[in-house]
Design a protein around this ligand. Sequence first.
Ligand code: ASP
Length: 334
Amino acid sequence: MKRRKFLKNATLSTAGLAVGATIVNCTNDKKTPTTPVTKTTQKATLPLVVATWNYPNATAAAYKVLKNGGTALDAVEAGCKIEEADINNQTVGKGGLPDREGNVTLDACIMDKNGNCGAVVYLQNITHAITVARHVMENTPHVMLAGVGAEQFAYEIGLKKENLLTNASKKAWEKWKIESKYKPIINIENHDTIGMLAIDKNGDISGACSTSGLAYKMAGRVGDSPIIGAGLFVDNEIGACVATGLGEEVVKTVGSFLVVELMRQGKSPQDACEEAIKRIVNKPNSDFKNFQVGYIAVNKQGETGSFSIHQWFSMTKFQDGKNENIQSQFIVKA
Ligand code: ASP
């Protein structure tokens, strides 16, 4: 299949989407109680942690690390591990939906306050991709390991081989195989790739991202999530950003790096996320009606923001001892 055709097929089923070029303020949804994002400056109490989507258990675990005096780096690893281990989450770690060959392959990356980073791509048989990514960062001279090399390294650091394909994901894949149509529903449900950003009590920022990628992707496909600058970027002087959605589109605009650079130029996290989404939407012949991308960001002052192409993206924030799910602003109303 020609690449263009393939990518065209790699879109959401969006029949009935009302499309408008104007930004729509969020509304509350019965399914997910949410709080609107406002553009007013938020008073930052440290520590704080934010995650893509509705991941209260992950942010709670990360916040606990921060409250106990742990670093932002420890916090984001701990938070991502919650979703990686949750077999009911079919987009991250164990239980993730497989590629079209039936193999669950994971992508993850992590970045610390000093600008160090580590990533794994196409990792199989290991639940905690984020831990492997952290070890790549801390204990190798490299920034990225792929496939069997990443898996071998995971065993060397003491992680166990596990079958990541749960019965539920196998059944879903077998059902998909009947038609084999490449139309994954990404980022429409309340759970997806976990991207997490944390600021510890010292004001230092770290970030992490972990995913099983697009369901039923081509074997060997790698998205934005393990690519530093695309799926995640941290600059401890400025802030950090993490992405979710159709990774190909995030890679093409180096999305997370763009958001951080926009904050460097003075934009708030909210405005920077909005501008980065508009870069995708305003590209000539952008097919944005048919795919989702969402960003969340924090700046050094502890302000946060999020923005997405389609409605129903949200950010979970744990701050001041409480968890909140914040509905993102968006361009296309569902
Ligand atoms: N960004 C991920 C990828 O393209 C998927 C997602 O966030 O849903 O692999």
